[in-house]
Design a protein around this ligand. Structure first.
Ligand SMILES: Cc1cc2nc3c(=O)[nH]c(=O)nc-3n(C[C@H](O)[C@H](O)[C@H](O)COP(=O)(O)OP(=O)(O)OC[C@H]3O[C@@H](n4cnc5c(N)ncnc54)[C@H](O)[C@@H]3O)c2cc1C
Length: 447
């Protein structure tokens, strides 16, 4: 009998499996797709690596940075140059370096600063004063937008606050609750980091693509890894589990680790069923909606005008773009359709999305954006084995009351993944940490 079956070969499943195999355990990893990496994926276009999923690492992502180093990969920073801001019909050529944040008037900047400070204090209070958080659960479950409007006075600062959250979560301030946004702030990704590029979330990426990290991990697993194997059902009792696949195979084991995002983990059939509270929590936990789009040009032409390729907008379909060209490679700009834009554009053709993307680029960077180019996008909500990204949205009250319980095992059925992480929830770093932590819990159980 196997010691453990790991379901899913995203970074969480791969990290967990390596931890278990490293301690001499018999493990099999079952992955539905014909590739590893899950929400990290690269494709090649004319020898150019295009990253369709998770891409950036930030300071504090120690587990990820360590993996990058172990795999012998190189990191590259954000492009130098000027950030452009599109706001209320005007494009501002900010002479600020790209790491200084959005261009606001001193008054608006002060407003934003005090709003961020209040938000930060509230986040600290939720962490440090559990009794207060419990007593104020209903107030914390208010829509974030209501809190933002009551605490930031200027529309520009409110918009800037929303843009940052939209870029980070795939949704603006319209949908999440205050407690959900605070949870993001306390789990390792504070708002100040989100605003920054240098020292912030979009700081570094791997030359040649982050998918190489997944490939490096998979290579160490060898034959333990089965691709193209969809798990459908898990039987479990207090002694063992049997994991069933769509192809009719059954894998008996002493434990199972479901390393899938909660909304997919819940789709598996469990016999006996998992407790009803768990079903209820997961039902009220939905994935974000993001379409990641890229255009490839023969060279990074924007650099000749001193531009970084980075823009931030409070209008249009695309609110943020980045230069993700590899050193000495062609020019590649990436950006996102997020939230309601993603939902609307997912129903349109790729040609219409391309037009929306390139027209928005042209509105900011000029007509050169219309030069001959190649457009590629990936609608993560349409992916059968992802059904959304970047991370989870918890309905009012869910995270503050039951969120952490989600990560607890149900007998021999364990759970891991970016959405279960106590820190860096929803991020690559959270996936790796969660996978390793849960593998250690399984090792203790097996001892
Ligand atoms: C467009 C995009 C941009 C992002 N940008 C960043 C970023 O810049 N920085 C950052 O830190 N994070 C980013 N993220 C988030 C990051 O990619 C994820 O948090 C992380 O990859 C999640 O890893 P995971 O292992 O928890 O889950 P997943 O990667 O979702 O892995 C789950 C695996 O399970 C498999 N699976 C699903 N169902 C079954 C089944 N029934 N049977 C067997 N296998 C199954 C899936 O195929 C998948 O391989 C981004 C995500 C996206 C999509």
């Amino acid at each position: 009998m196997l010691d453990c079956v790991v379901v899913g070969a995203g970074l969480a499943g791969l990290s967990a499996a390596l931890e278990l195999v490293g301690r001499g355990k018999q493990v099999v990893v079952l992955e539905a797709r014909e590739r590893v990496g899950g929400r990290v994926e690269s494709v090649l276009h004319d020898d150019q690596v295009i990253e369709l999923g998770g891409q950036w690492l930030s300071p504090g992502n120690d587990a990820m940075l360590d993996l990058v180093q172990q795999a012998g990969l190189e990191l590259t920073g954000p492009a130098d140059g000027v950030l452009l801001i599109r706001s209320q019909g005007t494009v501002y050529r900010s002479e600020q370096a790209p790491d200084r944040g959005p261009s606001l008037s001193p008054f608006e900047m002060a407003d934003l600063g005090q709003g961020v400070l209040r938000f930060r204090r509230l986040a600290d209070r939720v962490v440090n004063d559990g009794a207060w958080a419990l007593a104020n659960g209903v107030w914390l479950a208010q829509p974030l937008i209501r809190w933002v409007k009551a605490n930031l006075r200027t529309p520009a600062a409110q918009e800037a606050f929303g843009s940052v959250l939209r870029a980070a979560q795939g949704d603006g301030i319209e949908h999440p609750t205050l407690s959900q946004a605070l949870a993001m702030n306390t789990n390792g990704t504070d708002l100040e980091s989100l605003f920054a590029v240098s020292g912030g979330l979009q700081q570094r990426r791997v030359v040649g693509g982050l998918a190489q990290v997944g490939a490096y991990m998979a290579a160490q697993l060898g034959e333990s890894l089965r691709l193209g194997t969809v798990v459908t059902r898990i039987e479990h009792d207090e002694h063992s589990v049997v994991v069933h696949t769509a192809g009719g195979d059954a894998f008996p084991a002493r434990a199972v680790l479901v390393a899938l995002p909660p909304w997919l983990g819940q789709r598996l059939e469990y016999d006996p069923p998992l407790p009803s509270w768990r079903e209820d929590v997961v039902r009220r936990t939905s994935p974000g909606n993001v379409i990641k789009a890229m255009v490839i040009y023969s060279e990074p032409w924007w650099r000749a005008s001193g531009l970084s390729g980075q823009m931030s907008a409070d209008e249009g379909h695309v609110r943020v773009t980045f230069d993700v060209s590899d050193p000495d490679g062609p020019g590649v700009l990436t950006g996102f359709f997020e939230g309601i834009e993603a939902v609307t554009l997912s129903k349109r053709t790729s040609t219409l999305r391309e037009r929306a993307f390139v027209d928005d680029l042209a509105a900011v960077f000029g007509d050169d954006a219309h030069r001959p180019h190649v457009y590629i996008d990936r609608d993560w909500a349409a992916e059968e084995f992802s059904r959304g990204c970047h991370g989870a949205h918890f309905s009012p009250g869910v995270w503050s009351v039951n969120g952490q319980l989600l990560a607890e095992p149900q007998g021999l059925v364990h759970f891991a993944g970016a959405e279960y992480a106590a820190r860096f929830n929803g991020y690559l770093e959270g996936a790796v940490r969660s996978g390793r932590d849960e593998a250690r819990a399984i090792l203790r159980e097996l001892a």
